[in-house]
Design a protein around this ligand. Structure first.
Ligand code: PGA
Ligand code: ZN
Length: 425
């Protein structure tokens, strides 16, 4: 086994895809396990940020100083890395990246990483994993596979793309309540799936032009046309998919992000011009599933509406992937309590920054996989050019990867990393 000695670790503030502050970490390590290897290995990481964040997510530490980026500064988080975490790590030798994750979890000591900040912790965790992959002469996806997912051996299955082509909810002012309308190519080949997603995206753009719609983009690179209901968006997508010639090679997925739609007073969901109870909302989904080629609904019910999730599980076809995002927040404890205790959902969305370390992220993935849940590894609406999610999705043979539209650098870079990995496996 190789080991790594951390030589330097430094965090700086950079901007994310919304132009708001986030963290970049640069690390250098050496390889004390090989006397003839005197190289210095450098790696860099950065972390994303959500807009429709779940209540139960780990804490993203922000300065909350209104005079500094409207309160969104991350100087405290950066300070935590440079003055608390880095001095603990520099000069030390580690055999495995997970040891650093364990150390940071202990150093933080809170259940939601609120002392050091999950943004600080993930930036370091990601950088350390990247550096140690280099020392062991592996690509990141290979290192993650060998460290955490050796049950799959050398069997690599590329994930199916969830490509978000119409944005609504908190990510765009399209007027749509549902946050994400995604196409999910099913050719069985990554390169073909990328081509399908791209061609549909461009066909949709042309169709929107024809319909006199603006083609501005939402936070995740999908279009943000002025539309009133899910039916209007689904009609448009269905037509573009057909015109592009992919009716048989592409399905549809939704992320309703319904925690954002629930009125806490009345416990009714405000969606598609209606006010619906959980039971009525499930019937609404049923009518959409019957009419359109929808294979997956994420956060169909709100994060704490467990009774609603149970209705959905009972009433909707077992073929539908019901994916929990705000529901599970990539948290093993919440997953164990809800998924294994109360018959909700059959898939889990995985966002490393909802929990903090890569170690905790892979633990919940393995817990989910061993309980017959499928995984969708996901970006956030505020992204950087970091491609951890692409490597992670391949490492764990994730069924899906959610990576936005095939547009805008911070989204495209995830597609391109998958295309690169497809050449390596
Ligand atoms: P967020 O949205 O990154 O703004 O939380 C993504 C999602 O809800 O899946
Ligand atoms: Zn979501």
């Amino acid at each position: 086994m190789t080991s790594s000695r951390i030589q330097s670790l430094q965090a700086i503030q950079i901007l994310d895809s919304r132009g708001l502050p986030t963290i970049q970490v640069t690390i250098s390590v050496t390889n004390p396990s090989d006397p003839i290897d005197n190289k210095v290995y450098w790696a860099k990481s950065s972390v994303p940020s959500g807009a429709s964040t779940g209540t139960w997510e780990a804490l993203e530490l922000r300065d909350n100083d209104a005079n500094n980026y409207g309160g969104k500064g991350v100087s405290m988080a950066i300070n935590n890395i440079n003055t608390i975490i880095a001095p603990k790590l520099i000069g030390n030798r580690y055999d495995r990246a997970m040891q650093v994750d364990e150390l940071m979890i202990e150093l933080d000591g809170t259940p939601n990483e609120s002392k050091l900040g999950a943004n600080s912790i993930l930036a370091v965790s990601n950088a350390v994993h990247r550096a140690m992959a280099k020392v062991s002469k592996q690509e990141l996806f290979q290192y993650l596979r060998s460290e955490y997912f050796d049950q799959f051996g050398e069997d690599y299955q590329m994930p199916r793309l969830m490509s978000n082509i119409i944005n609504g909810g908190a990510h765009a002012d399209s007027g749509l309540d549902v946050q994400e309308f995604m196409v999910v190519p099913n050719s069985g080949d990554l390169r073909t799936d990328v081509k399908i997603a791209s061609e549909i995206y461009h066909r949709l753009k042309a169709d929107l032009h024809k319909a006199g719609q603006i083609t501005s983009l939402g936070d995740e690179g999908g279009f943000a046309p002025k539309l009133a209901t899910s039916v209007e968006a689904l009609d448009l997508i269905t037509r573009s998919v057909q015109e592009a010639g992919y009716a048989k090679q592409c399905n549809i997925a939704l992320d309703v992000a319904s925690s954002e739609l629930l009125d806490s007073q009345t416990q009714m969901y405000r969606i598609d011009g209606q006010n619906l109870s959980a039971g009525e909302l499930v019937k609404h989904y049923n009518s959409l599933i019957t009419k359109y080629d929808i294979i997956s609904i994420e956060d169909g019910l709100a994060e704490d509406d467990i009774a609603g999730w149970q209705i959905a599980k009972r009433e909707l076809t077992a073929d539908l992937w019901q994916i929990g995002d705000d529901l599970f927040v990539t948290n093993s404890k919440r997953f164990q309590e809800l998924a294994l205790g109360s018959n909700v959902a059959n898939g889990i969305l995985i966002k490393p920054n909802q929990i903090g370390t890569i170690l905790e992220t892979v633990q919940v993935i393995n817990l989910a996989l061993s309980n017959n849940y499928i995984t969708a590894i996901s970006h956030r609406s505020g992204e950087t050019t970091d491609t951890l999610i692409s490597d992670l999705a391949v490492a764990c043979n994730s069924k899906f990867i959610k990576l936005g539209a095939p547009a805008r650098g911070e989204r495209v870079v995830k597609y391109n990393r998958l295309l690169e990995i497809a050449e390596l496996i």
